[in-house]
Each structure stands twice: as C-alpha cells, then as structure tokens.
Write a protein that binds this ligand. Sequence first.
Ligand code: COA
Length: 374
Amino acid sequence: MTDEIKKGLLGIVVDETTISQVMPEINSLTYRGYAVQDLCEMCSFEEVAYLILNGNLPNGIQLNKFKKEEKENRNITTNMREIIKHIPKKAHPMDVSRTIVSVMGLEDKDTSDNSPKANMRKIMKIFAKTPTAIAAFFRIRKGKKIIKPKKELSFSENFFYMCFGKIPQKEIVKAFDVSLILYAEHSFNVSTFTARTITSSLSDIYSAITGAIASLKGPLHGGANEEVMNMMKKIKTPNKAKSWLIDNLNKKQVVMGFGHRVYKSGDSRVPTMKKYFLKVSKLKKDKNLYKISEIIEKEMIEKKNIHPNLDFPTGPTYHLMGFDTDFFTPIFVIARITGWSAHIIEQYASNKLIRPLSKYKGSDHRKVVLLNQR
Ligand SMILES: CC(C)(COP(=O)(O)OP(=O)(O)OC[C@H]1O[C@@H](n2cnc3c(N)ncnc32)[C@H](O)[C@@H]1OP(=O)(O)O)[C@@H](O)C(=O)NCCC(=O)NCCS
C-alpha cells in the first residue's frame, strides 16, 4: 500500500473492460474492437447500441429483434406523463432526466432483481423510454402537447418526431445518429465510473443510471456541450471570436469544449463530428457557428496547444438542428445509456466493492467536552 495521493484518480487503472478502448497515443477509440469512425459511417445507432450491449455487431435477424423490442418499450406510463406535466417548467432538463429514470425504477416490479435476464429487460426499458420522457418535457415546458412515439420510425427519427412533430432531412437524422454513436461510450469517464461505483455495492441498475446522469450533468463532463453553445451565443459573430478568446484566456478562464483528461493531442471523435457539423451547417444554410468554431479551435491550439473535445462540435450542431441548449446534455444521456448499461453488466459479472482510501489531515485526537462546559 502506498501513501501517494492521486487526486482525481489521475493515471490510476482501476479495473479491466472489454467495452471500449481509448488510445490517445494513436488518437483512436474502439467499441468492442471496431474503430468508432467506421461504426459512424457504416452502422446505425441501433446497431452500435446492440454492439455495445451484446459484444458483437448484430446480423439482420438480431437487429430486427432488438429494434422491435426497443419500439415496443417506447411508451411511458400515464403516471410518468403526469409527473412530467407537474415538474417546474424552469427545471433543468438534466434534473428531469435524472428524475425520470428514478421514477422508472419506482414503476418497475423488477427493480431489485439484479439477475442478468432482468437487467437486460430493464436496460431495454431505460434505453427506449428515456427519449420519450425527455421529449415529453421538451414539449410540455413550451406549453405544447406531448407527442407519443411512433413504431415505424427509427430511434433518431422518432426522437425528432416526439420533439418537433416532424422528421428533418435524412442527412440531418444521420448527423444526429452519428452524434449518438460518438457519445455512446468512452471507458472509465466520471459518469461511467459513478455507475460502476453504485453497482459495486450491488445496488440496482435504475439507481446506477440515475447517479450516472447526476454525474454527467457537470460542466467538466457532459454539461460542456451546453456551455459551448452559451459561449458561441456570447461571441455571436466570427469577427468577434478571436478577441473574445484572447480576453477569456487573459482572465484565466476555462474554454468549454476544450481539453481532455485522457486525450492530450486531440479527441479521436472530433474529426467525424466536425464533418457532420459542417454538413448540417450547409443544409441549414448557416455557417456562422462553424466559422466561429474554426477560429476558436485554431487560436486555442496556437496559444495553448489545447484541442477541442467532442462537446465542441456537438453543441452547435444540436443548436442548428433546433434543440434548446439545455437539452444537449439530455441527448448525451440518451446515447450514453448504452455505455453505462454495458459497464453495469460488466461490473455485476466481476464485482468488487469500490472503496478507495484517503489520507487523514484533520485535527489530532481530542477529548469531547460536555455541552455546558464548552
Ligand atoms: C476536461 C478537463 C476537466 C480535463 O482536465 P484535467 O485533465 O484535469 O487537466 P487540467 O484541468 O489539469 O488542465 C491542464 C492545464 O491545461 C489548462 N486547461 C485545460 N483545459 C482547458 C480549457 N478548456 N481552457 C483553458 N485551459 C485549459 C488548465 O488550466 C491547466 O493549466 P495549468 O497547468 O496552467 O494550470 C479540462 O480540460 C476542462 O475543464 N475542460 C473544459 C470542460 C470540458 O470541455 N469538458 C468536457 C470534457 S470531454
């Protein structure tokens, strides 16, 4: 045992995993051995979700069965709809996301059954129902009617439909699908580690995912995609981007969407997402945000040698797609449910209670003095 403190568990390997491999030295990320860039170009989000959860890419029959199950699980209960209707309209959608998964746990008679079979059943429910509940809040807080899911639509098409009542061009749906694939999994990041820590006490999957959502909310993790958009809204036009950035750096402020604990010379997911960000900008005939992002990226690399992470291109892409800024991280939730769930399954299968140590630096041993003598 060593006394050395590794704050933030920096550089500590805590367990093994077969789900994904982050390789910063060659700027690569694989899910179950497949390069994420190839998955983005050659597969749908549903295929990648199956891969992450089951270990292999599905054949046609397996994929159809998986998609059928997902579609059959999309509906939320009347009780859940009523709860969503009564949530304060100003609540942050990440707090709503956390609450709805928790409510799903209240509604499920299998919540405490941690057998692999029951867990797969619960994962499918969380995976299929969370987008429906998030879309319901998206509409309710604008005073609009909830739109029920449609079975004939794909996972991504259905999310657009439930939010906006229509489905955009197929290139936009593809860009959204790509963003979900890129957000789906990323090894032992803070929210995944939270999910694994909760699981390690043999708590249930709804609790683990509720905790993971709470962890993802923070601006140093998933919440960064919202902060990127807030930054772009402040910058407004490309001609103000450079001076804004310099001013920000002079004030020693963190630039959201830049830097990464593991990738130090670029995030392997960024080139793919940037390509789709540009595609969406062209389709929407609005390259303002893309131009701003090009300037910020160039200056950050030149001045600080800090590269953008995935949240940098996804934030403005979601904005162009029409989503409200505070719904960007809930979209991340929709995707990451797959990765979290795979890690929870892996943790149950080879569990060891996660319990690190700390070095005490508080007061020396002292005697308790009775209240009337203090
Ligand atoms: C992600 C993040 C928390 C990684 O942090 P980390 O591995 O602990 O690295 P550090 O915060 O110690 O950063 C190392 C140095 O780079 C600087 N740095 C890192 N990210 C920066 C950023 N986005 N903007 C400005 N400076 C940054 C730090 O200030 C620090 O400088 P110093 O050595 O002079 O103090 C950090 O890069 C960050 O806060 N990024 C912005 C939030 C974000 O986009 N999060 C999403 C991550 S996917």
